[in-house]
Ligand binder design. Structure first.
Ligand SMILES: CO[C@H]1[C@H](O)[C@@H](O)[C@H](O)O[C@@H]1C(=O)O
Length: 716
């Protein structure tokens, strides 16, 4: 080999190896591969003109420089005047005369406070692209959107984009503890290093803010809902201030979780009763103190009277009493209170499904205007598939905020490729019928159904200090999806997968076709091999990893899988109709109708709502038992095929990320077989029916699966 060929080869290797560990997320800015497009991009992008001097505008400027340099492989000049074709002009009408004189007042009006416009214009007889918003934050979002167009190889001729977020608070909830453990985290330890804050600003904080801004996330709760009052003490507030200062230029507000008993734990009071004057005073003073550190502090997220957390009910007060006390104290600073509706206790032994509705619906109309009630997508708990929460549509006078779980607590945790956009969309598009047909969950939470100005969507973060942030390389797509859907819930899962794959891996059409199918089918596959036909909550207790439908030894009945599947010799499933727990009554009649009757119930939710005989005839013509076997076996088989699909994509993926996904898919397949065998063998003890002979029979016994202890992956 000639010397210079070798040199070029080495250089290529270095280039390829750099950044292939996934740290850059979807902001890789790799050279545009399509030569014709590259040529046209270069012709249309020759100068960057930014205006206004602020930390946010510096970010805009840098992002355009690095992004364009990476994508176009050429340095783009910065300028001040339009004297040739191809100026990219970024700024607000206030700071940029070029923009204020460009005649774009009407589109800007539609962009609102946080939105942006990206418009092709002729200025001074030259072709230009304007990226503008009414605020610098809008310009920042527009900048990332513009770069995304190039990253995903879209045309930039005749741009006429006006985009405004449909939801006001677009947030990540970190379940991160002060000792850096992350509850339900599968990507290492917390990225927040309380030990070295406030003196040391980890580059990760900046990169985190940038990634969030690129998808429109504008709020973050940095502490766990199972809260520790220590975060409200003065040394921690200094640390919180340091983080807030990093996040602010990226348009992100910081929020904290408030432990309801904090006045006692760190304030020395005898009570935390929300109607007690000394408690109210304590919170007022504490909040005043917080705002001296963080003048734009977002507010509190509160988990109260749930899973052992303290709350107003400890003093015979209601959730509204608790939320309103905090809301009143924080209102003078324009802060908000996000009060969680994830409540259940053993006082509701019949059906945990019903408690949030029972506790919260009577309180509708009694919350202060700066309170949002945050509701999980379903009534049980982030299951692989769950009908929408009956609270959506049932509290018209209260703004309800969506809580999705991005971390995959019940969906394979750190080992499984599961793209969650289809799950999120399934909930958002569900019809509550609360104001007639078309009253979707999306319209409840974006405020359009009941005209609420305060709206929100949060995702429980899947971020940790792993080199690639999320553990599984494909888990990044779920962070991405949350942000994109919070901005615009009408975007399809297909589009989100396509964008993410193009930016993260490759624009090659062959790659995209197979890889997007892999993503789009993945959620259905995990439902099939773990919780088919409406089964739910049959995983290992406490760690929630792997199957354990047999568990019946927890002190709290509603923590036991047997409580949920109710398998017996007569059948399987939870009767939530009028003859059972009647949780169905919490839905509008028109919504209820799709599930009420066992014969016509949407089979995705059959065992969620009905206790069904083993020989019940399914729509496929199979008996329920045969269908259950079919679903488990098909799911596991499809999980196996995911490996083949990925292997076929090797030519398009760098070595490191290819191997990572490859190894994880192998583990996932093992887990799928584990789920299948363990569940089928266990349920067979009730059905007493054979596993159809056409299927490979489990090689291990039920006793073997029962004996497995976390975290051992089974030999199968
Ligand atoms: C933070 O606690 C979590 C808990 O770990 C989790 O298993 C359960 O799903 O939900 C709780 C909640 O959402 O509050």
């Amino acid at each position: 080999m000639k010397k210079h060929t070798l040199l070029i080869l080495c250089l290529c290797c270095v280039l390829i190896a750099k950044g292939e560990n996934g740290y850059d997320l979807w902001l890789r800015y790799k050279p545009v591969g399509n030569k014709t497009l590259l040529q046209s991009y270069r012709e249309n992008i020759t100068t960057i003109i930014t205006s206004g001097s602020s930390a946010t505008m510096d970010i805009v400027k840098n992002e355009l420089s690095t992004g364009l340099q990476g994508l176009l492989q050429t340095t783009i000049d910065h300028g001040a005047a339009v004297n040739r074709h191809g100026a990219i002009i970024a700024g607000t009408p206030r700071s940029s005369p070029l923009i204020s004189n460009a005649g774009i007042a009407i589109p800007l009006q539609q962009a609102g406070e946080e939105g942006f416009v990206i418009l092709s214009k002729i200025l001074n007889g030259k072709r230009c692209i304007l990226i503008s918003g009414n605020t610098e934050k809008g310009v920042l979002y527009g900048t990332f959107h513009f770069l995304r167009l190039l990253q995903t190889e879209q045309s930039i001729q005749q741009l006429n984009i006006i985009s405004a977020p449909k939801i006001r608070l677009r947030m990540l909830d970190h379940w991160d503890n002060p000792d850096r453990t992350v509850e339900r985290g599968y990507a290492g330890f917390s990225i927040w290093n309380w030990h070295t804050l406030p003196g040391y600003i980890d580059q990760r904080y900046i990169d985190y803010a940038r990634a969030n801004a690129s998808i429109g996330i504008n709020g973050t709760v940095v502490t766990n809902v199972n809260a520790n009052a220590v975060v409200l003490t003065q040394p921690y507030l200094e640390k919180v201030k340091a983080l807030a200062d990093v996040l602010r230029p990226y348009g992100i507000k910081i929020y904290l979780t408030a432990r309801f008993s904090a006045p006692m734990e760190i304030g020395g009071l005898k009570t935390a009763d929300p109607l007690d004057a000394s408690v109210q005073h304590w919170w007022q003073e504490k909040i005043k103190e917080i705002y001296t550190y963080v003048p734009d502090f977002g507010g509190f997220l509160v988990k109260a009277n749930s899973e052992g957390q303290p709350g107003p009910q400890d003093y015979k007060r209601t959730h509204a009493d608790g939320a309103n006390m905090l809301a009143d104290a924080i209102a003078p600073f324009k802060g908000i209170v996000i009060w969680r509706a994830f409540v259940y206790s053993n006082e509701n032994p019949l059906d945990r499904h019903k408690q949030a509705y029972d506790d919260f619906v009577p309180l509708d109309g009694t919350f202060r205007p700066n309170v949002l009630v945050q509701v999980k997508n379903g009534a049980i708990d982030f299951m692989p598939r769950e009908p929408f929460h009956p609270l959506f549509g049932a509290m018209p006078k209260t703004p309800l905020m969506m809580e999705f779980q991005v971390t995959q607590e019940y969906l394979g945790q750190g080992t499984s490729l599961v793209f969650l956009a289809p799950l999120f969309k399934e909930t958002l598009e569900s019809d509550t019928y609360s104001k007639g047909k078309g009253s979707t969950v999306a319209k409840v939470i974006d405020g359009s159904l009941e005209h609420h100005p305060l709206t929100g969507m949060a995702g429980v973060a899947n971020i940790g200090n792993d080199i690639n942030w999320c553990g599984h390389p494909f888990a990044q797509a779920n962070w991405y999806a949350l942000g994109r859907l919070a901005w615009d819930h009408t975007i399809s899962s297909e589009q989100i997968a396509d964008e993410w794959l193009r930016m993260t891996y490759s624009n090659n059409p062959r790659f995209l076709k197979a890889a997007s199918r892999l993503m789009l089918e993945s959620r259905d596959i995990i439902v099939q091999y773990s919780n088919p036909i409406g089964l739910h909550h049959i995983m290992g207790t406490s760690h929630h990893y792997g199957p354990a439908p047999w568990v019946n030894n927890q002190q709290r009945p509603e923590w036991n899988p047997v409580y949920y599947h109710k398998a017996d010799s007569g059948g399987i499933g939870f009767n939530r109709t009028a003859t059972g727990s009647n949780a169905l009554a919490q839905y509008q009649p028109a919504a209820r109708e799709q599930w009420e009757n066992m014969q016509t119930c949407d089979e995705k939710y059959l065992l969620w709502f009905h206790h069904v005989p083993w020989n019940f005839r399914m729509k496929s013509g199979k008996s329920l038992w045969e269908e259950l076997c079919y679903q488990y076996y098909t799911g596991a088989e499809r999980a196996g095929k995911m490996q083949d699909t990925w292997k076929s994509l090797q030519p398009f993926v760098d070595k490191q990320r290819f191997e990572q996904v490859n190894m994880l898919l192998k583990i996932q397949h093992t887990e799928a077989i584990w789920w299948r065998n363990a569940c089928i063998l266990y349920f067979q003890t009730f059905s007493k029916m054979p596993i159809p002979a056409s299927y490979e029979q489990p090689g291990k016994t039920l006793e073997y699966y029962k004996s497995l202890r976390f975290p051992f992956a089974p030999g199968i």
